[in-house]
Design a protein around this ligand. Structure first.
Ligand code: FES
Ligand SMILES: [Fe+2]
Length: 359
């Protein structure tokens, strides 16, 4: 049986790529709607997981590797609340206990597989890859709660990106790019021309930008019906290790009432070193029952994020040949992304030191 005491049983040896991501943190593994009574295979931070629901509806995340001969459990089948491995039929319940070994009567206690701490909340399924003893629900990024608040209209979706998740975090912490990449949706000139105020306190990063008396971006006009210039606010927070939370509101210039108010909740789950599961939510606090607006916003955000993906994937292809560390230009807008990268690197280093391995 596999040594499950190793911090990452998917990793062939300490120091592999799989060990270069923070593990003592929550990652979004799936949207709630994705997980049902079929086995869903998903790679997170180079670990292979299989997700499913019990007959009672409880979501389960298990390592996608049978501890007998390492067959993927996702090639097996559900028998009640357990997975029967598709190779030799050894069966594990939703707690990871081995409950059947065909042809054998006695099942030793150590015949177990790894089950990950899991929380289902706010439209998403969150898993903890690291030490289960540290999996504290209070560490979830609390602003995702607007997905589950009757005063807000929730929305969520997913995009797969062939680029490292830190590039996506860089992208969201430096929104000056909206003025060039997203002029068809959320970009306006003001977002690049207005300096942002970046505040860094420990592992908390906040970037604020207040754009007064500016032209409304196209998606804002469609959503808020603006006919005049607007005052536009952005407050961006990095929540280690993989969340960027953006509070957005806009009013007709000089007016009190908010025409548009939403959060962009971004969960950037590393898949591999060169790919990301980009989960997003967009709860809004206006026109809650307007389903046409929901469709407009979903299409607008999807278009916007696809524009990001094209750029990020192009960046990744270049970075594969020329490391980002060799770049020669840094600007004021790079402050927050650079700090976020060092926070993530520190997390990896701390965990490696605690586990006695070199990252
Ligand atoms: S590999 Fe799973 S039962 Fe043999
Ligand atoms: Fe973008």
């Amino acid at each position: 049986m596999t040594d499950l005491s190793h911090p990452n049983p998917n990793s062939a040896r300490p120091g592999d790529a799989a060990d270069r991501f923070p593990k003592d943190c929550w990652y979004v593994a799936a949207r709630s709607v994705e997980v049902g009574r079929a086995l869903l295979k998903r790679t997170i931070a180079c670990e292979n997981l299989v997700l499913y629901r019990t007959e009672g509806g409880k979501a389960v995340a298990m390592i996608d590797m049978c501890p007998h001969r390492h067959a993927p459990l996702s090639l097996g089948k559900l028998v009640g609340d357990s997975i029967e491995c598709g190779y030799h039929g050894i069966t594990f319940d939703c707690e990871g206990r081995c409950v059947r070994v065909p042809g054998e009567e006695r099942i030793p206690d150590h015949f177990r597989t790894k089950v990950y701490p899991l929380v289902e909340k706010w439209s998403f399924i969150w898993v903890w890859l690291g030490d289960p003893a540290r999996a504290d629900e209070a560490l979830l990024p609390q602003d995702f709660r607007f997905q589950d608040d009757p005063e807000w209209c929730p929305m969520d979706d997913y995009i797969h990106v062939k680029a490292n998740y830190r590039l996506v975090i860089d992208n969201l912490l430096d929104l000056s790019h909206e003025a060039f990449l997203h002029m068809g949706t959320i970009g306006n000139a003001a977002v690049a021309d207005t300096p942002a105020v970046t505040t860094i306190k420990g592992d908390n990063i906040e970037v604020k930008r207040f754009m007064e008396n500016c032209a409304p971006p196209k998606l804002f006009v469609r959503a808020g019906g603006f006919t005049t210039n607007i005052d536009r606010h952005q407050r961006i927070q990095f929540v280690p290790s993989s969340f960027v939370i953006i509070e957005v509101w806009a009013t007709p210039t000089g007016k009190e009432e908010k025409g548009v108010i939403w959060w962009v909740l971004n969960a950037l789950t590393p898949e591999t070193e060169r790919s990301t599961h980009y989960f997003w939510g967009l709860p809004r606090k206006f026109k809650l029952d307007d389903t046409e607006l929901t469709d407009i916003l979903r299409a607008g955000v999807t278009r916007t994020f696809r524009e990001d993906c094209d750029m990020l994937e192009g960046q990744q292809r270049n970075i594969d040949r020329v490391p980002l560390e060799q770049r020669t230009i840094y600007t004021r807008s790079d402050q927050a992304p650079t700090r976020a990268r060092s926070i993530i690197a520190d997390m990896v280093e701390r965990e490696a030191a605690a586990a006695g391995v070199r990252p």
